[in-house]
Structures are given as C-alpha cells and as structure tokens.
Design a protein around this ligand. Structure first.
Ligand code: UFG
Length: 342
C-alpha cells in the first residue's frame, strides 16, 4: 500500500486532526495549504503530537501551474484527502463568486491532476448541508438533495456532482465523499484545535471564547423552534472521531474494499442535540456558568438534523467513540491552552 498522501487544507481544523491520525497510522503526509484561514504554527502542534513534521507546501489550489509542478516533483503520491475550501456560510452569501471560484476551481484542478498524474484515490470533504431540512430524520445517504440555502452549501453539492460525473467517465479513479455533521472539540493533547479567525460563526468556539471572557455572551439563535426545548438540533461529533473516519475511508480505497468507484457516507453520531444541551454539557464539564441570551433566529438555519450513520458503521466499520462531554471538555482545554489561561 502506497502511504504517501496529499492532504489539502491540512493546517485547517479538520485537516490538522486528520494529518495526526494519518501519521499515527504510518502515512507519509504532504500538506498543501494557502494559509488564508489557518496558521503555519499548526504544523508545530502536529509535530508535538506525532513527533513527525509533515511536508508542507504553501500553495493555492487555484494556481493550476504550481499545482501541476507539485505533482511533477512528487510523482509517488497516490492519494488525496481534499479539505481545502472556504467554509463560512454567511460570507458565501455576501461573496458568492469568491466561493464558487475558490471551491470549484480548486477541485477541478485537483481532479485534472488525478487524471494526468495517475493519482487514483480521493477522499472529499462534503457536508450534511446537502440535505437542507430533511423531511425524515435521521437522515440517510439516499435522502433527496435539496436546493442549497447558501453558495457555500452549493459548492459542496456541485463538488459531489463533479466527482460523480468524472468518476462515471474514468473508471480507474475512485473517491469517497464524506458528509460531515457538526464537528466539534479538539485533540486531547490540546496541541491542535479549532482556530477561528475573528468572531466565530460556529457554536462551540463561540461558547469556549465566551467562557474564556473573549466574548461577552453567547447569543442563542432562537428558542421557538419545533423541538423539545425550542432550540435547533444538530449532530455534534468529536473531531478526532471524524479525523479517524478519513483514515478508514482512505484505507478502504487503497485496499480496494470499496464496492463502487464513488461512494458517499454520512459521518455523525446518530444523536440529535439541542443548543441548550450543548450549553449544559459545557457547564457540566467546566463547572462554569455560561453567559447567554436568546435572540432572533439566524437566517438560513435549519431546525433539526441528525445523521443515520449506519452505512458508515456497517460498511466502513467506523463509529464515533467520544461523547458530547468529551468533545466539550477537549474544546475547553484547547481554548485554555491556546489563550495560555492555564
Ligand atoms: N448557534 C447559536 N449561536 C451561535 C452560533 C450558533 O445559537 O453563536 C446555533 C445555530 O443557530 C445552530 C447551532 O448553534 O442551531 C449550530 O450552529 P453552527 O454555526 O455551529 O453550525 P451549523 O449547523 O449552522 O453549520 C454547520 C457547518 C456548516 C455546514 C452546516 C450544515 O458549520 O459548514 O453545518 O448544516 F454547512
């Protein structure tokens, strides 16, 4: 098995945790990242955990010439895990062209390289956003794809379609798209974690930054939804569980265990958790009271979604191992460590 893998976006949140798990499994990791939304210091965090520094190339995947140059110089890379993308839902509504250009052109450039440099395997970072608000919960992979609510979400739908159509035509290529639900938490070592630039969009970094006194209070976006406590429901999974799923998916491709040349799996716990339950978990594991206020609903939020992860459980032998409390504790430890508060 060729163990040289390119991880695009490998200094990002999910990317960096995946690099650690790959290195722990003996893979030789090459990272490409343009560092627009991540910090080069993440490499030190990875090295502190694994004792190995991944090869790093600062490169924009939209720069097709440089990307081709990279593959020419590294002809023995045989697989790709593709994370690099813009991911802020709100920003994508403001700057659709930027999002479509970046997320689609980078994927197209990579797929051209897969074909031209004979790199047969790719794992693609997709999202449960492709389901919109499903009629039936939990949501399984065969649930209908709904019209995207944001350009960001649409780039994930289009990305999946580009891969599906390309692989339909090129039977010697294979890929797995992983539809993530809501990744949270940090590596238990606290050497790497989520590092939002500016004000966080996502719930858990907002909570930990509020707990650390960097934000004044959490705004809970709506308590009048049709859910048991009125707040939105999501399927929160520990980022280390998610990272391990990428290693499992990659091995499945490299060992030829895939049943078709394009497969799609949901990655979630299978359990729906409300915003108030996330807050309670934070308070339980930290012993701190969180300051929060209920405000209006956030435009574009869906009411409730959680995964049916049974396909990934059965086919890939993958299941989440960490609890919500584990994830919240690790997110808090990371925040304290990063802010040098302990
Ligand atoms: N929330 C708050 N206050 C905040 C932030 C979030 O109440 O300050 C609530 C949201 O309303 C939502 C829940 O917390 O109910 C989770 O919100 P996140 O922003 O953390 O996550 P989303 O589910 O909105 O978005 C995530 C990913 C997106 C992806 C989407 C797919 O961040 O990339 O799931 O549904 F598109």
């Amino acid at each position: 098995m060729n163990k040289k893998v390119l991880v695009t976006g490998g200094t990002g949140y999910i990317g960096s945790h995946t690099v650690v798990e790959l290195q722990n499994e003996g893979f030789e990791v090459f990272i490409i990242d343009n560092l627009v939304n991540s910090d080069i210091k993440v490499l030190d965090g990875i090295t502190a955990i694994t004792g190995k520094k991944p090869v790093f190339e600062q490169l924009d995947l939209c720069d097709s010439e440089r990307l081709r140059g990279f593959f020419s110089l590294n002809p023995d890379i045989e697989s790709i895990i593709h994370f690099a993308a813009y991911k802020a839902v709100g920003e994508s509504v403001e700057k659709p062209v930027l999002y479509y250009y970046n997320n689609i052109v980078s994927l197209l450039n990579l797929m051209k390289c897969m074909r031209d440099f004979r790199i047969p395997s790719m794992v693609f970072s997709s999202s449960c956003t492709v389901y919109g608000q499903p009629d039936k919960l939990p949501v399984s992979e065969d649930s209908p794809i709904q019209e995207a609510v944001s350009p960001y979400g649409n780039t994930k739908q289009i990305g999946e379609e580009i891969i599906r159509d390309t692989l339909h035509a090129c039977k010697d290529l294979k890929a797995i798209s992983l539809r993530y639900f809501n990744p949270i938490g940090a590596h238990p070592s606290s050497h790497i974690g989520e590092l939002p630039i500016g004000e966080p969009e996502n719930l858990v970094p907002y909570i930990t930054q509020t707990g650390a006194g960097i934000r004044e209070e959490l705004r809970v976006f709506g308590d009048d939804y049709d859910t048991p406590d009125g707040s939105c429901i999501r399927d929160y999974l520990h980022v280390v569980d998610l990272a391990q799923a990428h290693v499992v998916a990659l091995k499945r491709l490299l060992e030829g265990q895939n049943k078709e040349n394009y497969e799609i799996f949901n990655l979630g716990t299978g359990k729906g958790v409300s915003v108030f339950e996330v807050i309670e978990s934070f308070e339980r594991v930290t012993g701190k009271k969180l300051k929060y206020r209920v405000v209006d609903r956030r435009p574009g939020d869906i009411e409730k979604i959680w995964a049916d992860p049974s396909l990934a459980n059965k086919e890939m032998g993958w299941a989440t191992r960490y609890s919500l409390d584990d994830a919240m504790k690790s997110a808090w430890d990371w925040e304290l460590n990063y802010r040098k508060l302990k």
